[in-house]
Write a protein that binds this ligand. Sequence first.
Ligand SMILES: *Cc1c(COP(=O)(O)O)cnc(C)c1O
Length: 391
Amino acid sequence: MTPKTPVRRTPWPDSSSRAVVTPLQPSVVYASESPDALDAQYDGRAPGYTYAREGHPNADVLATKIDTMEGAQGGLVVGSGMAAVTATMLGLLKAGDHVVGGNQLYGRSMRMLAEELPRFGIGTAMADPTDVAAVEAALTPDTRLILVEVVSNPTLRVSDIEGIVNLARARGLLLAVDNTFTTPRGFRPFDHGADIVIHSVTKLLAGHSDATLGYVALKDPGRRKAVYDTAVTLGLTPSPFDCWLAERGLYSFELRYDRAESNAAALADALAGMPGIRRVLYPGRRDHPDHNRATSLLGDRGGNMVSFEIDGGRDAANALVRAAADIAFAPTLGDIGTTLSHPATSSHRALTPEARAALGMSEGFFRVSVGVEDADLLIDEFGIAIAAATG
Ligand SMILES: *Cc1c(COP(=O)(O)O)cnc(C)c1O
C-alpha cells in the first residue's frame, strides 16, 4: 500500500519556553473558528488576521517599531518606499486635485509627479523647497498636498521645513515629508508639524540592502484609513520575510546610523583637503549652502550622505570608480557598507546635461552613502581613488 501524502498541516510543537526572536509568519490565510468569529474580526470586535494582503503580523511588528521612532500611531508598512508614496497620493487625492513636490525629490517620486499622477487627472508642480516663496508661487486653488524631503538628493540641500509647515497650515494643505535620508534619529517630521511621514525602509532603517519596504504614517486617523484601504486594494502589501529582515536590521539602526554619521563627517572633512576635489557637500560643514538651516533643523546630525565633485569629466569619474574597487558602485543608500553613486549616469540620467548643471551635478559629481567601516580605511580608499582619477 502506498502511504498517504501528509497534506494536512501538523500543529506547531508545544513549548513551555518561548522563542526570543519574532517568528516569521508567511501564512497568506488565517483559519477562523466559525462564521461568528470571522464576523467579529471583520467588524473589529476581535483582533487578528484574515488574509495577508490586508495585513500580517510581521508587517505590524515592524510598523509599531517605526511608529515609536517617529512618534507616530498606526503607521503602515508597504512593499516599497514608492508604494508608500503611491498609497499616500492615490489614497488622499482625486482627479482635479493638485500636488506640489520638491524639485529634487527622489527620482521616481519626481516621475510620479511628472508622469503618473497627471494621467489620473491630478495636477502637479515642482518647486525649490529651500525657498518657501517658490513653493507658495507653485500653489493653485486646487493644491491639496505638498511633498518634500528634508535633505535632497544628491546635492544635500536642506528644505525650509519651518516655512513650508507655516505655509501649509495657513492654506489648509497637507504636508508629507519623505524622511528617508534624515531618518527619525536626525529629524522627526511630526514634531515639526508635518501631517504625513514617508520612508523607504529599504535604506537606512533596514540597513542591509536585502529587503525592499516602505512606511507611511498619518496624523489623522480618517486619512490613515483611506491610505490603508488604497494600499490593500492596489496590492501594495509587504513580504513577511522582508518585514522580518527589516525588523532584525532595525535593532542595530542607532548604532549603524551614529557610526555612519561620524564617518561621513570625517570623510567630508578629509575630502575637502584633497587635491583634485572641486567642492564637498555635507550639511554639517560650515561651507554647506544651507548650513545654518541644517543646524537649526537637524542640530548636530549631519547624516551619512556626502557629495563631492572632482576635476575632469566622465574619464576621471570612470577612473575613480575603477580605483575604488572595494567600494560598491551602486545606486542606493543606507547600506551597512559605503556605496558610491554617480547621478549623471543613474538617478539623474533622464535630465539634460544643462538641467543637471543647473542643479549642480557635473560628470565629476559623486554621492557617497557612508557606511560603518573604519573611518581611516575609508579616507585612505577615497584618497587613493581620487589621486588616481585626478592626479
Ligand atoms: C529609495 C527612496 C525612495 C523609494 O524607495 P524604494 O524602497 O526603493 O521604493 C523614496 N524616497 C527616497 C528619498 C529614497 O531614497
